[in-house]
Write a protein that binds this ligand. Structure first.
Ligand code: C2E
Ligand code: MG
Ligand code: MG
Ligand code: MG
Length: 281
């Protein structure tokens, strides 16, 4: 709550208070200004069709650079923003920025899909679906060109609510993806009920594919399961050519990872894209 934050913000350094704790407090103090001070930026990481190497779109990944704190990774500030409620204005900003960029790419003739990450908290916002619908309409964006990624663990917080909200979102025509699949604790019974289009295998299973037989077994069987359920399959964390080839051999649909590109600011992404298209003609 605001009162609680107020209390936190007057906490002074005490001997014994560790570095990490101090950083957490500074992040909590700076978070409410992240949107208004225009310190947020999206980076984009290409998603590649495994079969032919085509760029099918990008995932928008949030970056925050605070003047006092420096660069803060999303893994660090998003969980805090979820706790304080700051995730609501942050996500609203992410959605409009990502859709602006998608519109720009479309105007340049790229038939891309934009993937946007949502938190479990966002699924509890009453205006989320309507706001997304309006934003798509205003920009004349075909809803099927937008994917919302929600982590498997976020879906398990309040499954009934999440399922209902995702179904509502999906009815707009957007796609829904389960992110970081394999790290949560969803059962196959739950997976079967989720209104989703895409399953994104967590990078912890993908990174060492070339040297880990057990990871290869897990990935291969997950890909088979997802495909049999009619889902598009995505592997994140593809870092080398061997992983790329193994995933292609196992019929994974879409690949994402440092092997193709790190997440890049829009201008760098455009440069990368030009280069990639030239090399893959
Ligand atoms: P995610 O959605 O699973 O995104 C993939 C993460 O893996 C990104 O980290 C990306 O930079 C990283 N990655 C991509 N390819 C590779 C690779 O080949 N190797 C390795 N080691 N890492 C790779 P990032 O950008 O730090 O984001 C971390 C997480 O923060 C995201 O995981 C997502 O859960 C969350 N996040 C990022 N942006 C947003 C946002 O706008 N909203 C919400 N709610 N969450 C976000
Ligand atoms: Mg994601
Ligand atoms: Mg992921
Ligand atoms: Mg992740």
């Amino acid at each position: 709550s605001a009162a609680k934050l107020q209390q936190l913000s007057v906490v002074e350094y005490e001997p014994g208070m560790d570095e990490q704790h101090m950083r957490r407090l500074r992040i909590l103090q700076a978070l409410p200004n992240a949107v208004t001070e225009q310190n947020l930026q999206l980076h984009y990481q290409p998603k590649i069709a495994a079969a032919d190497g085509r760029v099918i779109g990008a995932e928008a990944l949030l970056r925050w650079r605070d003047d006092g704190i420096g660069v803060v990774r999303p893994d660090e500030f998003i969980p805090l923003a979820e706790q304080t409620g700051e995730i609501t204005p942050i996500t609203a900003w992410v959605i409009q920025a990502a859709l602006d960029q998608l519109q720009l790419w479309q105007e340049q003739g790229f038939d891309f899909v934009m993937a946007i990450n949502l938190s479990a908290v966002n699924l509890q916002e009453p205006e989320l679906v309507e706001s997304i619908q309006q934003q798509l309409k205003r920009r004349h964006i075909d809803p099927s060109k937008v994917t919302f990624e929600v982590t498997e663990s976020a879906l398990m917080v309040e499954p009934e609510l999440a399922i209902a909200k995702l179904a509502e979102l999906r009815a707009l025509g957007v796609k829904i993806s389960i992110d970081d699949y394999g790290t949560g604790y969803s059962s196959l019974a739950q997976l079967k009920r989720l209104p989703v289009d895409e399953l994104k295998i967590d990078r912890s299973f993908v990174q060492d594919l070339a040297i880990s037989d057990i990871d290869l077994t897990i990935v291969a069987s997950t890909l088979r399961l997802a495909r049999d359920m009619g889902l598009t399959t995505v592997a994140e964390g593809v870092e080398d050519e061997q992983a790329w080839q193994l995933l292609r051999d196992k019929n994974c649909d879409v690949l994402q990872g440092f092997y193709f590109s790190r997440p890049l600011a829009a201008a760098q992404f455009d440069k990368w894209l030009k280069e990639y298209l030239r090399a893959h003609k």
